[in-house]
Write a protein that binds this ligand. Structure first.
Ligand code: ATP
Length: 204
């Protein structure tokens, strides 16, 4: 029950999942460019992996250490966390709250393990899965990005099979997009968002 004096309820967050290299980061960046007036905010995850070239602490990730993250996890500061490809990744309560506090649609770019935990949390989110047109194309993108060594690429590709199976499973996501042509996928994504947030995304 909401009373007149209550602050407005923030928009529901959107969890965006998909195998590494499928294009989640690229799509989120383009989405934010299409709506430059701050309709969307990005929940900045924590990670213990090393920053890639050009990645900025507090913008792309909060770069942390295994020791610090374990402590904060124990202290209950994370909505979800997971060990992926040998590193910890997690979403802190504060990072989502700081976006919601600005009344923005909070975007969470997280892996399947994380999404499953978010589903069990009190965060009432929409779930979007991004799939590659094929495993071959996913491999091409991962290699083309040039940010991982061979063993990391292999690990990501082998994880991708299980992720795809879950992502494409009946009822696991509210929407599934196949990221073939980037521009088209972006427009499909915008279409889904318009359906979920009609009043927020009017006329854009
Ligand atoms: N539709 C597309 N067609 C061709 N290349 C694409 C497309 N979408 C993204 N890419 C390219 O694929 C590579 C991987 O994209 P991106 O880094 O956004 O993936 P990601 O899903 O965010 O990966 P990670 O989970 O590892 O961060 C990038 O080099 C990007 O430019």
């Amino acid at each position: 029950m909401t009373n007149e004096g209550d602050p407005p309820k923030p928009p529901r967050p959107v969890v965006i999942c998909g195998p590494s290299g499928v294009g989640k980061g690229t799509l989120i960046e383009l989405l934010q460019k299409q709506f430059p007036d701050g309709k969307f905010g990005f929940s900045v995850s924590h990670t213990t992996r090393k920053p890639r070239e050009g990645e900025v602490d507090g913008v792309h990730y909060h770069f942390s250490t295994v020791e610090d993250m374990r402590k904060e996890i124990e202290d209950g500061k994370f909505i979800e966390y997971a060990e992926v490809h040998g590193n910890y990744y997690g979403t802190s309560i504060t990072s989502v709250e700081s976006v919601q506090g600005k009344n923005q649609i909070c975007l969470l770019d997280i892996d399947i393990q994380g999404a499953q935990k978010v589903k069990k949390s009190s965060l009432d989110a929409h779930y979007l899965f991004v799939a590659p047109p094929s495993m071959e194309e996913l491999e091409t993108r991962l290699r083309g990005r040039g940010t991982e060594k061979e063993d990391a690429i292999q690990r990501r590709l082998s994880n991708a099979r299980g992720e795809l199976e879950y992502g494409l499973g009946q009822g696991n996501f509210d929407a599934v997009l196949v990221n073939n042509d980037l521009d088209r996928t972006l427009q499909e994504m915008v279409g889904k968002f318009r359906g979920w947030f009609p009043e927020l995304l009017l006329g854009k």
